[in-house]
Design a protein around this ligand. Structure first.
Ligand code: GLU
Length: 293
């Protein structure tokens, strides 16, 4: 079986073992020896946190691991015009709306209503279905007045027009199976801000389609995002891939590796004298690429 897969790191820090596993997972799922393609996409729309030095380090780490990608490296920062176009279509189609609530407005409203915040499947406060509480013309006036705002996907509107929808994970993680897309999983997510024409969700949906990705692989922590990406695919008329989420790699303390916990980076491992084979052994991976000569 071959597929077109991608590894899509954000250059906000050095890669760690969890990234090595994620990159390997995409590489092995592609079946490059049999004609599949493993692509590399740098998710660098967050210009404050992303640094060219981290991107250079990502390329170096992947080369050290022997994970050769096909074709040119795609950078999201070079694709903002495409995201802006798609966003315009979603707004014109009334499948997205400007939202003027700040995080503190949302927190205050929840506190005043005496309720505990509803958290979405990824742990953020769930924002749903008010459409900003403003009529479309009033929203446009307010957006034009220069106040900061976010653009949110109108999940109910997408499902009303394009639903019912589902997405399928053909893997073995907890996310495996076919899932009915639900607006309640992540709510009306932010898909852009006044000054940034795309969030992670919008950019990923557009780029996976543009790069011809047939199998989306990534950590199981991102599985809830597939509900959003499936809605964006329907709303923008994009092809629908299959998904395969993977288990998360835990550190020596048993906790999931995340960039913010300062885990041992691949660079530190390499500089400590370990070989790629030792990295693969630590990850329990047998069918790894031969070391580069
Ligand atoms: N850029 C995301 C990350 O670094 C990966 C997103 C994806 O694979 O869909 O976690």
């Amino acid at each position: 079986m071959t597929a077109v897969t991608r590894f899509a790191p954000s250059p906000t820090n050095h890669l760690h073992l969890g990234h090595a596993y994620s990159a390997w997972f995409a590489w092995t799922a592609a079946g490059t020896a049999a004609g599949g393609r493993f692509l590399l996409r740098i998710e660098d729309i967050d210009t404050l946190r992303c640094k060219p030095a981290f991107e250079a380090a990502i390329l170096e780490d992947l080369a050290w691991l022997g994970l050769a990608w096909d074709g040119p490296v795609v950078r999201q920062s070079a694709r903002l015009a495409l995201y802006r176009d798609a966003l315009g279509r979603l707004l014109d189609d009334r499948l997205a709306y400007p939202c003027f609530c700040s995080r503190s407005d949302i927190a205050r409203e929840i506190a005043e209503s005496g309720g505990a915040p509803h958290l979405d499947a990824m742990g953020a406060v769930l924002f749903r279905g008010t459409g900003g509480g403003l009529a479309p013309a009033a929203r446009e006036d307010r957006a034009a007045s220069g106040v900061p705002y976010a653009i949110r996907l109108d999940a109910d509107a997408v499902l009303a027009r394009h639903g019912p929808l589902c997405w399928t994970d053909d893997g073995e993680s907890d996310a495996a199976g076919t899932h009915a897309v639900s607006a309640a999983v992540l709510g009306d997510v932010v898909i852009a801000r006044r000054d940034v024409p795309a969030s992670y969700h919008l950019a990923v949906a557009i780029d996976d389609a543009a790069q011809g990705v047939t199998l989306v692989t990534r950590g199981a922590d991102l599985a809830p995002a597939s509900h959003i990406h499936r809605m964006l695919q329907a709303a923008l008329g994009l092809p629908v891939p299959t998904w395969r989420h993977h288990r998360l790699i835990a550190g020596a303390d048993g906790h999931r590796l995340a960039k913010r916990n300062n885990p041992l980076t691949l660079r530190m491992i390499r500089e400590g004298g370990a070989s790629p084979a030792q990295v693969w052994a630590r990850l329990g991976v047998a069918d790894y690429p031969p070391p580069p000569v």
